[in-house]
Design a protein around this ligand. Structure first.
Ligand code: MBD
Ligand code: FE
Length: 284
């Protein structure tokens, strides 16, 4: 495999895997017919207005139809929706939250990662061990700052080449994924690798959509996390890195100033940083 291939994860492989994982979840929502009608009518009206305002032509309409077909056939709906739409849904959720800021989940979460103790290293290959290591410590608390015994931190991220395990065939099943259980005071210290900026696949319809408008396909380097505990609202979030490329132009519009880490290099040659999570109480 060439270096170029590693720099450009293929759309079809990761898209199909993400679509299959999502379909297995068999999702549902408790939405009344009246609410469905209200949302659907407003969504269609907004689209009609765009068509009229921009004098969209028949050739353009047919290209849109073909592109929508391509997104489905390429398995890219999870990718496209999570990059361009999910941040607005997260903004709605954030209105009712006081604790640690959340942000989008993205298409590559997998439940049931191996459980790890409060001080742990994520599963990684020898080649990952050659990367700069990141030691990430802190405490999970309630909104009053009281530590939570046995809180759960699910952590997942891409490797240095931009691949997520289970969405690329060459990686071990749980590479750079883990479920860390905090100690009696809610503390943890997780060692992983310092992630690199992430390029979403450009060889499929989502990439075509971005390049057709001279956009870029990059996300800043990030860690994904879901932090949860009994009696608390879980928070789905991401952490970024001070000074990192693409922080101000994330293609997925998912950065927040509160979510930027500033690690410092230690005498051990590893980067070190602390970040604490405060969880809202569970809703009614
Ligand atoms: C990612 O890694 C990601 O975090 C998002 C939101 C979309 C595509 C790939
Ligand atoms: Fe990601």
């Amino acid at each position: 495999m060439t270096a170029t291939e590693f720099n450009s994860p293929s759309a079809v492989g990761s898209g199909t895997a993400a679509t299959d994982k999502f379909k297995n979840e068999r999702v549902s929502a408790d939405t009344s017919p009246e609410r469905v009608a209200a949302i659907a009518n407003d969504a269609l009206s907004a689209l009609h207005k765009v068509i009229l305002d921009h004098n969209v032509t028949y050739p353009e309409y047919r290209v849109l139809k073909q592109w929508l077909i391509d997104v489905g056939e390429g398995g890219e709906w999870p990718l496209f929706l999570d990059v361009f739409i999910e941040h607005a849904v997260e903004e709605v959720l954030a209105r009712s939250r006081k604790g640690t800021k959340g942000t989008i989940e993205g298409p590559y979460y997998v439940a049931n990662a191996p459980e790890l103790p409060s001080v742990a290293t994520l599963p990684m290959r020898d080649v990952d061990r050659e990367q700069t290591q990141l030691v990430f410590g802190g405490q999970v608390t309630d909104l009053d700052g009281k530590g939570i015994d046995g809180a759960i931190i699910e952590l997942w991220h891409a490797d240095a080449d931009g691949y997520y395990s289970q969405f690329a065939d060459h990686l071990p099943e749980w590479n750079l994924r883990g479920k860390i259980i905090t100690d009696s005071e809610g503390r943890y210290e997780i060692t992983t690798i310092q992630p690199a900026p992430y390029q979403i696949p450009t060889d499929g319809p989502t990439g075509q959509f971005i390049l057709a408008q001279n956009g870029h396909p990059w996300r800043p380097a990030h860690l994904h996390l879901i932090v949860s505990a009994p009696g608390k609202e879980s928070v789905t979030t991401q952490l970024y890195f001070e000074g990192g490329e693409w922080l101000d132009s994330d293609v997925a519009s998912a950065t927040k100033p509160e979510l930027i880490l500033s690690p410092t290099p230690g005498d051990d040659g590893k980067n070190h940083v602390d970040y604490n999570f405060a969880l809202d109480p569970a809703g009614e």
